[in-house]
Design a protein around this ligand. Structure first.
Ligand SMILES: *[C@@H]1O[C@H](CO)[C@@H](O)[C@H](O)[C@H]1NC(C)=O
Ligand SMILES: *[C@@H]1O[C@H](CO)[C@@H](O)[C@H](O)[C@H]1NC(C)=O
Ligand SMILES: *[C@@H]1O[C@H](CO)[C@@H](O)[C@H](O)[C@H]1NC(C)=O
Ligand SMILES: *[C@@H]1O[C@H](CO)[C@@H](O)[C@H](O)[C@H]1NC(C)=O
Ligand SMILES: *[C@@H]1O[C@H](CO)[C@@H](O)[C@H](O)[C@H]1NC(C)=O
Ligand SMILES: *[C@@H]1O[C@H](CO)[C@@H](O)[C@H](O)[C@H]1NC(C)=O
Ligand SMILES: *[C@@H]1O[C@H](CO)[C@@H](O)[C@H](O)[C@H]1NC(C)=O
Ligand SMILES: *[C@@H]1O[C@H](CO)[C@@H](O)[C@H](O)[C@H]1NC(C)=O
Length: 909
């Protein structure tokens, strides 16, 4: 039991899955209610068994097809009295309810195709007088009495696929306005004389469809009641040549204009099959898909008014000069896949088309024609279009090959797939009026010198694609086709074909469409498109142009598009492009469509697309684009109606994708297919393989205040650190200059006055007692020799004055204050406390650069500042002197000292 329990559980889970799973799946896909638009309700495929009652009252059209209706009770339609069109096809309705047209008095179209309606009586539709279309196809109709006799307005009646045993839908004349009657796929084999007598008064009848009706007997005069018939469709009725001859005879007095005899297994046409049509004005005959092998000479001699003959898809073995005899009005002969069997070719005799002097279009596409001779097309004096594509093997064409067309005013010549290997000079010279020439899918292998196209000066479209890349060009290739508007050379050119100067396209100023795709082209010149001001479409996809647009390219990127400034469409997919140079797309203000899919583009430079302000369609799928930034994409995306940019490894971060996602969120005019499935994030890991639409834009918005805060706080911290460092290492300097500044601005300074004042002394000398000897020996001699005067406290203090007062006075009278610095000075309390202090005060107050330091010993700056509040850095270098160790330097020292004492006291500003 214990073992069984988990097993039981999983069984339950599996059952639950199967019960709910498929249901959910269907529910998700299937629509659940009618779609209403412009008064039309679409309720198809909803498994409804009743007509919904909650639709707008003013409906004009209701489509209930493909549901499960078993009946259409008139009450169920009372909410919609304005209905004009009602479609209840593909249901299981067994009866047309009498009251239907009473409830819907305006009904014009009733489609009941593919139901199970059995008995149809007159009463059922007797009120449907407004009805113009009634479709009862594919039911099991059994007509009782004259069911259609009330349908005065009916124009179109379809009772096909009903196993009807007769074409007779009534006995009395009725349906006066009927235009089109479809009786296809019913079971009758005989058309009796009076079968159509119910249409005696139907003067408008034009189209009768009897497809797939296995008619064997046509009684004489069976079409008499409907002699205004224009179109008769007898497809798939397998009548056989004799019955057809009979049919034609019966049609001889009708207005028959178009006859369709497709898919009839009509293997042979005899010279009498169509004899009955001699006096008709038949203009259209379709004999396609008949596996026809033989057409007797003179078969069409009766059809002198025929304009279009369609013989598509047959197996005709032989065309002779008499096959088309008599078709003197024929304008279009459609022989697509008509001549020859799939592998064996048939013979077209010389002059076969000669009777067709009015023929304008001859299509021999995919027929198997042996050879085209000098006279194959002789006599086609009106021919404007000839299509021999995939029908023959021309190999080398010269001025003789198509000479039989010399008398034809040919406009379009289709030589697609005709195994042309070489076009010789003058091959097309007879086609003076040719405007369109197809040479696709051949094996052309030559250099075009220009002579090949001699005489084609009217040609506007030249198609030469898919020529196995053996076509080589020269600068003169197109000189003889100056009117060219369209030139296609896809998958045709040799790799070097375009590496030419001057460009082969130079003679084509009116060129509008140029296709150079799929050529593996790697080398083109900057002037390739020079002068092509009318070029609108340029296809360059599947080439190898990546190098040309690289900045690293020798000589810089090749900006080959500048010759074609009016381009509207530019395709450059699959070129291995990983760069777009700054000027690559410059000036393309008219460009509507740009396709750069399947390249390796990633970091696009700002503004590469800035000139593309008319862009409507942009393809950039399958590149390696990670970021979609406004600097690049704002302009090209401003007018876009279609964007294809999926399958790129998007980077879903604020900088890379926020703008794009916001743009996608807000755009209502750009169609972006596959947005959820193909636009996936590749990075960062959190978003990997999520749609970019899952990217949370809000997370970026919150960033903004944080960012500001971050910048603010980090700036504050840095400033604090700088200040602290500054104060720590240069505080004194700041303080010093600060003091000077304050003194000066507040006007304490009397520097000027002092400058003009006469000093008694040149310098007041402050020294420690121990250094008195040095002063006596080294300084006092200067007083004599240099005529300067020092104030030495011991010597010059004024008698009777207090020591303090004397110091103050003397300092005032000295221009400079000279410190003789030794360790002992720093230790001397008197010096430190007062003299130095005062000296400093003096300096600051007078803002004079008036201190000179003479170092007798090497004293550390730190000690200096601690004791004397002075630092070396406060003074100019020349005011700091060191007593030399070497005697010979003493004169130099003296000199320096004199300079220090003699210089101006003003601070330099
Ligand atoms: C039908 O009626 C609705 C309002 O009930 C109105 O909005 C709509 O335009 C009408 N449609 C037509 C085709 O008259
Ligand atoms: C039909 O062809 C036969 C011989 O094949 C010929 O005898 C007969 O005269 C032709 N009939 C017409 C109407 O051309
Ligand atoms: C020329 O022939 C090709 C190949 O059969 C066909 O696809 C093309 O439509 C033809 N062109 C014209 C203008 O009929
Ligand atoms: C074809 O060209 C050759 C020589 O170029 C010339 O002799 C001949 O008459 C030309 N044939 C036609 C039909 O123009
Ligand atoms: C070319 O067409 C013009 C009129 O469009 C006609 O007069 C002229 O005969 C045609 N030329 C040829 C060679 O068919
Ligand atoms: C180009 O087209 C214009 C107008 O369509 C025409 O006047 C001009 O002759 C054409 N140029 C050439 C070289 O055919
Ligand atoms: C698209 O949205 C803009 C503003 O959001 C609005 O002005 C414009 O009419 C809308 N266009 C369409 C086609 O809905
Ligand atoms: C896009 O719209 C959705 C829903 O309206 C929203 O959840 C999402 O955050 C928006 N994304 C951006 C980037 O605005």
């Amino acid at each position: 039991m214990c073992v069984l329990r988990p097993l039981l559980l999983s069984v339950v889970i599996i059952i639950c899955y199967f019960v709910t799973g498929p249901y959910n799946c269907v529910a998700a896909v299937k629509k659940t209610s009618c779609h209403v638009q412009d008064g039309r309700a679409d309720c198809r495929h909803l498994s409804l068994s009743e007509i919904p009652q909650n639709l707008p009252r003013n409906l004009t059209s209701l489509d209930m097809s493909h549901n499960r209706l078993r009946a259409v009770p008139p009450v169920s339609l009372t909410p919609y009295p304005g209905l004009i069109h009602l479609d209840v096809s593909y249901n299981s309705i067994t009866k047309v309810d009498e009251g239907l047209c009473q409830t819907l008095p305006l009904l014009q179209t009733l489609n009941m195709e593919h139901n199970e309606v059995f008995v149809l009586k007159k009463e059922d539709v007797s009120h449907c007088t407004k009805l113009t279309r009634l479709i009862m196809a594919s039911n099991r109709l059994k007509l009782q009495g004259e069911p259609f006799s009330a349908l005065q307005s009916l124009k179109f009646l379809d009772v096909s696929i009903n196993k009807l045993k007769s074409a007779k839908l009534g006995t009395q004349p009725q349906l006066p306005n009927l235009v089109n009657l479809n009786l296809a796929s019913n079971d009758f084999t005989t058309l009796k004389k009076d079968d159509f007598s119910f249409l005696n008064h139907s003067t408008s009848l034009q189209v009768l469809n009897l497809s797939s009706v296995p008619l064997k007997i046509l009684e004489p005069g069976c079409f008499k009641p409907i002699s205004r018939l224009h179109t008769l469709i007898m497809d798939k009725s397998n009548m056989g040549t004799l019955v057809i001859a009979k049919l034609c005879k019966e049609l001889s007095r009708t207005a028959i204009d178009a006859l369709s005899l497709r898919n009839m297994n009509l293997v042979t046409l005899t010279n009498t099959t169509f004899a009955g049509l001699q006096n008709t004005s038949l203009s259209f005959l379709d004999l396609s898909h008949n596996d026809m092998v033989k057409i007797e000479e003179g078969s069409f001699q009766w059809l002198t008014r025929l304009q279009t003959l369609i013989l598509e898809d047959n197996k005709i073995k032989h065309l002779t000069k008499d096959t088309f005899q008599g078709l003197k009005s024929l304008k279009k002969l459609q022989l697509t896949k008509a001549v020859g069997k799939s592998h064996t070719s048939a013979k077209i005799d010389d002059f076969s088309f000669q009777p067709l002097s009015a023929l304008e279009s001859l299509i021999l596409q995919n027929s198997r024609v042996q050879d085209i001779t000098k006279h194959t097309f002789t006599g086609l004096t009106s021919l404007k279009e000839l299509d021999v594509s995939w029908s023959t093997s021309l190999k080398n064409i010269n001025n003789e090959t198509l000479a039989s067309l010399a008398g034809s005013p040919l406009r379009t010549l289709n030589l697609t797939g005709t195994a042309i290997a070489q076009i010789n000079p003058g091959a097309f010279s007879v086609f003076r009026n040719l405007t369109t020439l197809f040479l696709n899918h051949n094996f052309i292998s030559q250099i075009f010198t220009g002579k090949e196209f001699e005489g084609l000066d009217q040609v506007r479209e030249l198609y030469m694609g898919n020529n196995y890349m053996k076509v080589n060009l020269s600068s003169t290739s197109f000189v003889n086709v100056p009117n060219l508007r369209v030139l296609t050379l896809e998958k045709s050119l040799t790799v070097k074909a375009l590496d030419l100067h001057p460009s082969p396209f130079k003679p084509l100023p009116n060129l509008t469409i140029l296709d150079l795709s799929n050529n593996n082209i790697a080398n083109i010149r900057e002037d390739l498109l020079e002068g092509l001001v009318n070029l609108k479409v340029l296809k360059l996809q599947h080439n190898n142009l990546a190098r040309l647009w690289k900045n690293a390219n020798l000589g810089g990127p090749v900006l080959f598009l500048k010759g074609a400034p009016n381009l509207k469409t530019l395709l450059m997919d699959s070129n291995g492009l990983d760069e777009i140079p700054a000027g690559g797309l410059r000036g393309l203000h008219d460009l509507r469509e740009l396709s750069l899919g399947s390249n390796l583009l990633n970091n696009l430079k700002d503004s590469v697309f800035d000139d593309l302000n008319s862009l409507e369609v942009l393809f950039l799928e399958k590149n390696t684009i990670t970021a979609v930034r406004p600097e690049v994409f704002k302009t090209p995306m401003s007018n876009l109606s279609l964007l294809i940019m999926g399958k790129n490894p998007f980077d879903c971060t604020c900088e890379s994708i926020l703008w794009f996602v916001t743009w996608l969120n807000n755009t209502n005019m750009t169609n972006v297919p596959g947005l959820r499935e193909q636009y996936m994030c590749n990075t960062p890991l959190v978003y990997f393989n999520h749609s970019i639409m899952d990217f949370d834009g809000l997370s970026c918005k919150d960033m903004t205040p944080f960012q500001a805060l971050y910048i603010l706080s980090s700036t504050a911290v840095i400033m604090l650190i700088v200040t602290a460092l500054l104060v720590r290492f240069h505080g004194w300097r700041i303080q010093f200059y600060c003091n000077i500044l304050i003194n000066r601005t507040l006007g304490f300074s009397d520097a000027k006055a002092e400058e003009g004042r006469q000093f008694k002394y040149d310098a007041y000398v402050i020294h420690a007692e121990e250094d008195g000897i040095w002063v006596e020996r080294s300084m006092t001699p200067l007083e004599k020799s240099e005529n300067c005067k020092f104030c030495l406290e011991d010597r010059d203090s004024v008698a009777g004055m207090s020591q303090l007062q004397s110091i103050v006075d003397n300092m005032r009278r000295s221009r400079k204050i000279l410190f003789v610095i030794t360790e002992s000075l720093l230790r001397d309390p008197w010096c430190r406390r007062f003299t130095a202090h005062h000296a400093l005060h003096q300096v600051i107050e007078a803002s004079r650069d008036s201190v000179v330091l003479v170092f007798l010993q090497d004293v550390h700056d730190y000690k200096l500042s601690r004791s004397l509040f002075l630092r070396r850095g406060m003074l100019r270098p020349c005011c700091i002197l060191d007593w030399p160790i070497h005697k010979e330097r003493i004169p130099a020292f003296r000199q320096k000292l004199l300079i220090a004492l003699g210089m101006t006291n003003r601070l330099q500003e």
